[in-house]
Design a protein around this ligand. Structure first.
Ligand SMILES: *[C@@H]1O[C@H](CO)[C@@H](O)[C@H](O)[C@H]1NC(C)=O
Length: 200
């Protein structure tokens, strides 16, 4: 088909472009660009582009799991029994908790290892080796409420970060059934994963 006499059709595309092309975007949606910057990623003309939509306020940080600005929550000191068994004290190394069922309720005993020993999360006993092997450091990391993690060095134990009334975060510590390990989402049969107590 010919358009005789139509002259030249000039098409003009006008782009109002407030995105910049991105080297870090890999999928649509929002993500943390760095500790303080939340961006939105989109693909246009086969190119990833990003636009900043939030700079986290002071005392907030961009969380790479939730992809949102979360406050720098203080750490609350609290331990509740959530299931039965022996639990490392989340805040100290030479103490532990014994949680047991009695009369339809969970009860809690706070216990201390003998001098020169620490509670080993691996063996769930007080041990001299643990005292000699490890420096005492906090074994959990709570950055936002609802964060779920496996306990360091014992995948039979996991925790969920919960919030106190004063907005501090503390770990609710659980144990999987014997022979089960926490795979990051749920307790699964140890044999379905490679054997061991290694960290993720
Ligand atoms: C955990 O195990 C469940 C059930 O086997 C599986 O569906 C899920 O993908 C696993 N999660 C991870 C993070 O491996």
């Amino acid at each position: 088909m010919k358009f005789k006499g139509c002259g030249t059709l000039v098409m003009t595309f006008i782009c109002i472009w407030n995105f910049t092309s991105s080297s870090i975007c890999t999928k649509w949606g929002h993500m943390c660009k760095d500790d303080r910057t939340l961006i939105h990623c989109a693909k246009h003309n086969n190119r990833w582009v990003e636009s900043v939509y939030q700079q986290c306020d002071a005392n907030f940080r961009c969380n790479k799991v939730t992809n949102s600005c979360v406050p720098n929550y203080p750490v609350g000191v609290r331990f509740d029994c959530e299931s039965d068994g022996l639990f490392p004290d989340p805040y100290q190394c030479a103490t532990y908790y014994v949680c047991y069922w009695d009369g339809g309720a969970l009860h809690k005993i706070f216990a201390r290892c003998p001098n020169g020993q620490r509670f080993s999360p691996v063996s769930s006993r007080c041990s001299v080796e643990e005292f000699e092997l490890t420096t005492c450091q906090r074994n959990f990391n709570c950055e936002y409420p609802g964060q779920v993690s496996v306990w360091p060095r014992n995948r039979n134990i996991y925790y969920i970060c919960a919030m106190n009334n004063d907005h501090s975060l503390y770990p609710k510590v659980f144990r999987c059934s014997d022979e089960m390990i926490f795979n990051g989402t749920e307790c699964v049969d140890r044999r379905s994963e490679c054997y061991g107590f290694e960290e993720r």
